[in-house]
Design a protein around this ligand. Structure first.
Ligand code: ATP
Length: 431
């Protein structure tokens, strides 16, 4: 398996992910997505959104604010319970999550303090006065934006149970020990669904969502062997969860969570009803009963998923005695779908033909034009960023108005009339 340094280095060299504030030496496990990373991330989010909000009739989308009334976090239990146990090394003062270290400091072997609870929510002040009344939190999960909008969404969209609300957005956690590249950071993006069901049907829906979400990763090309499901032990469960399964990926540092699928019961809607005095129970028109819906929550991380797709796509192979590095992204995810490459860059008519083709492709797909190196180098560059197709315009193209299309994985080449290339590629890209 590829190691993390190779991935970090490829990501930087090829414009996927840069250290944040790079010119100042970086900043505390924070990362910026470069041009290709930004594309890949958008594609991952679109693949998720399409699977959950577009292809299904029972889920609608939402985009709630990051800042929310502070009472939300009191009601949800986060002010009280969203904590990690923290220990300090008495010798080197380094800080660790108590559940991730043994008896002694992993850095210097020094003695550790007793564990203390550390709340992971970032605090800020709203308005010009920095006093207790102005405190607000950066949301540590997008879920609460969904719960507080449950009634607005249900009534405006006239939804009956079971139905879900999907949301993608930033979340913030003051992690004690971030690391492993973008796997654990303090600012990250989540893709969450809160799926509201009738109590008693929750376990059945939980099982369905576990399968549904596991299959999503393989649908977009992740290798099944690198995925597993793991059930949380009772002492691992979050304060709101009755049971939870993680979809885990075999990262270079070991099996680690991509997504948690939890049964949150009616915990959140009940708590918000108590604290807001707004009744969030549901009137079931079929049985004429009133009850609090149970909630199944598939909650994934965009950044971890992007990282796993990069690692999974990474391949090195030997092609005619040369090493080829290729990112075999699924067609839905590849940042660049087609590169148009003129074989000779000192022939203006040829360059013009290639540029014209690129211009025609651009409205329909992410297209890159490149004439800055020899064709061999250009192919290698495109393979390394996972571009699906390379179209080469050569001297013959000037006579026959055709060009050669090379497919990334098979490296097979076909020749087609320039006029037919956009439609051909569009067909190949359907998913
Ligand atoms: P972990 O056990 O790794 O701390 P968690 O179980 O606390 O994660 P959840 O609260 O279930 O995580 O959050 C849902 C998803 O959000 C996770 O599956 C993960 O993909 C993502 N996520 C959570 N914390 C982080 C983080 N610090 N950096 C990047 N992604 C995160």
């Amino acid at each position: 398996m590829v190691n993390m340094e190779t991935i970090v280095s490829l990501c930087k060299r090829r414009g996927f992910i840069f250290p944040s504030s790079d010119i100042y030496g970086g900043f505390a496990s924070t990362w910026d997505y470069g041009p290709l990373g930004a594309e890949l991330k958008r594609n991952v989010k679109n693949a998720w959104w399409r699977a959950v909000a577009q292809e299904r009739d029972d889920i609608v989308g939402l985009d709630a604010a990051i800042l929310m009334a502070p009472q939300v976090w009191v009601a949800s239990g986060h002010v009280e319970q969203f904590t990690d146990p923290m220990v300090d090394c008495k010798q080197c003062q380094h800080r660790f999550r108590a559940d991730q270290v043994g008896e002694r400091c992993p850095d210097c072997g020094g003695e550790l303090t007793e564990a203390r609870r550390f709340n992971m929510m970032f605090k800020t002040f709203v308005g010009p006065v920095e006093d207790d009344a102005a405190v607000a939190y950066l949301r540590p999960e997008t879920a609460q934006g969904i719960f507080v909008n449950y009634d607005n969404v249900q009534t405006t969209m006239r939804k009956k149970l079971p139905f879900g609300i999907a949301q993608i957005g930033k979340a913030f956690r003051n992690e004690i020990t971030p690391g492993n590249f973008t796997f654990r950071t303090r600012e990250f993006e989540q893709m969450e669904i809160e799926y509201f069901v009738k109590p008693g049907t929750d376990e059945e829906w939980h099982r369905r969502w576990i399968d549904e979400r596991f299959d999503w990763y393989t649908r977009f090309g992740m290798r099944r062997d690198n995925l597993q499901l793991r059930e949380h032990a009772p002492d691992e469960l979050a304060h709101y969860a009755r049971s939870c399964y993680d979809v885990e990926y075999q990262f270079p540092m070991g099996w680690s969570e991509l997504e948690g699928i939890a049964n949150r019961t009616d915990y959140d809607l009940r708590k918000h009803t108590e604290h807001s005095n707004k009744d969030l129970s549901y009137f079931d028109p079929e049985t004429e009963e009133r009850y609090f819906p149970y909630v199944i929550e598939p909650s994934g991380g965009v950044d971890r998923t992007v990282l796993a797709f990069i690692i999974d796509a990474y391949h090195q192979e030997q092609v005619r005695k040369e090493k080829r590095t290729v990112l075999r992204f699924h067609r839905a995810l590849a940042p660049i779908k087609v590169a148009v490459l003129p074989l000779l860059r000192n022939r203006p008519e040829l360059v013009q033909k290639a540029r014209d083709l690129a211009d025609r492709l651009r409205p329909d797909m992410m297209t890159m034009y490149d004439d800055t190196a020899s064709i061999g180098r250009l192919y290698r560059r495109q393979d390394e960023i996972g571009t699906l197709f390379c179209v080469t315009v050569d001297v013959d193209s000037l006579d026959d108005d055709q060009a050669t299309i090379r497919e990334r994985d098979s490296m097979e080449q076909i020749r087609l009339p320039l006029a037919d290339i956009p439609a051909y590629l569009m067909e190949q890209l359907r998913w």
